[in-house]
Design a protein around this ligand. Structure first.
Ligand SMILES: [Zn+2]
Length: 344
């Protein structure tokens, strides 16, 4: 930890909903409202001589489309959108990718895994997939009400994503991609989502981090129910260490939620510490076999209900699976059909 352990926020004002601010030459911050508890997402517009690149899209709502149409007529200085790049599959980032791509007749940039996951959300779950997910959630302690809510939630999520055509431009780790305002290096982070693309411009000393280095929120790291023994937390911690090697501490971080800041290395250290603290707390608490639900009070101050259980289960299981992979805990199914964790 640094002695002066504070992030530096160069901007005291944010754009209004649907408005923009130029944060550094040729990079504009667009604040897009969201119809969920997390009430906004920051999108980034990169200006070049010939046109623009859009980073992330917002959710597929009428309000977002109206805002985009307004931006297109009033803020792009009569230049077209040349490229669209989506950092990852979460609906606030990917929801309007298909709509934007259609409108400008271009193939969006995605990593392959994030593209496929976005298509999956748009298609909805079939009965088999739903059964696999519910089987996992029951083992994690979902009651009937939470199971029903999960089914409803999927339908709602489907409505927040527009259809994606089958072609996209694939992003790979370490790739240098030419966007409207210059060259950007792609740095992939795994754990928060399968293959989240972050963008680093050495020339501008700017890091567009998506959800990876948010200034105030520690991004959720969840086990994917389709791979119930997966260890996404290991991928996440490794990804953060990797990013720390790749970007300078004084880089301007442009996050998807909250204000731009400087202090990337400190933020990475804080997030890493947060996870290691949680791992310690869980391990200390498992002095006798525990189910997932029995560990919620160890990790979360707020009451867990049908609305937030999906994140709570995901986060708790990712830490438990990490400890299982480290051979500190073992996982079994108890007499009630629930996952049960014990010290080895
Ligand atoms: Zn996300």
């Amino acid at each position: 930890m640094k002695q002066n352990s504070k992030l530096d926020y160069p901007f005291s004002k944010r754009p209004p909903d649907g408005g923009t601010i130029e944060v550094t030459p040729n990079i504009f911050w667009l604040r897009m409202p969201l119809p969920i508890a997390l009430n906004h997402i920051n999108l980034w517009l990169l200006e070049g001589d010939e046109g623009w690149t859009i980073i992330d899209s917002g959710m597929a709502t009428k309000e977002s489309k109206t805002i985009w149409n307004n931006i297109f007529t009033k803020s792009l200085k009569k230049k077209p959108v040349e490229e669209i790049l989506i950092t990852h599959m979460h609906l606030d980032h990917s929801g309007l990718a298909g709509w934007l791509a259609n409108k400008w007749d271009i193939e969006p940039h995605f990593t392959e895994k994030e593209f496929l996951e976005t298509v999956k959300i748009n298609n909805g779950m079939n009965d088999d997939q739903q059964r696999i997910y519910l089987d996992y959630y029951k083992k994690c302690g979902y009651d009937e009400e939470a199971q029903l809510h999960f089914i409803e939630r999927n339908k709602y999520r489907q409505s927040l994503v527009t259809n994606l055509e089958s072609s996209f431009q694939e992003l790979d780790d370490q790739q240098t991609v030419k966007l409207s305002n210059g060259l950007w290096q792609i740095i992939i982070a795994q754990g928060h989502s399968p293959s989240h693309a972050c963008l680093f411009s050495e020339e501008n000393n700017v890091f567009i981090c998506g959800d990876v280095l948010l200034p105030r929120i520690t991004p959720n790291v969840s086990v994917n129910p389709a791979y119930p023994d997966g260890n996404p937390l290991k991928d996440w911690l490794d990804s953060l260490e990797n990013i720390k090697q790749k970007i300078p501490d004084d880089v301007l971080v442009l996050p998807s939620h909250g204000y731009p800041y400087k202090g990337a290395h400190l933020r990475i250290e804080t997030i890493l510490k947060n996870h290691h603290d949680k791992l310690n707390k869980i391990y200390e608490n498992i002095d006798e076999p525990k189910t997932v639900v029995e560990l919620f009070s160890v990790l979360f101050e707020s009451q867990i209900n049908k609305h937030n259980i999906i994140l709570a289960v995901g986060e708790t299981m990712s830490h438990l699976n990490y400890l299982v992979a480290e051979s500190k805990l073992s996982k079994s199914i108890d007499k009630n059909g629930l996952y049960s964790f014990s010290r080895t």
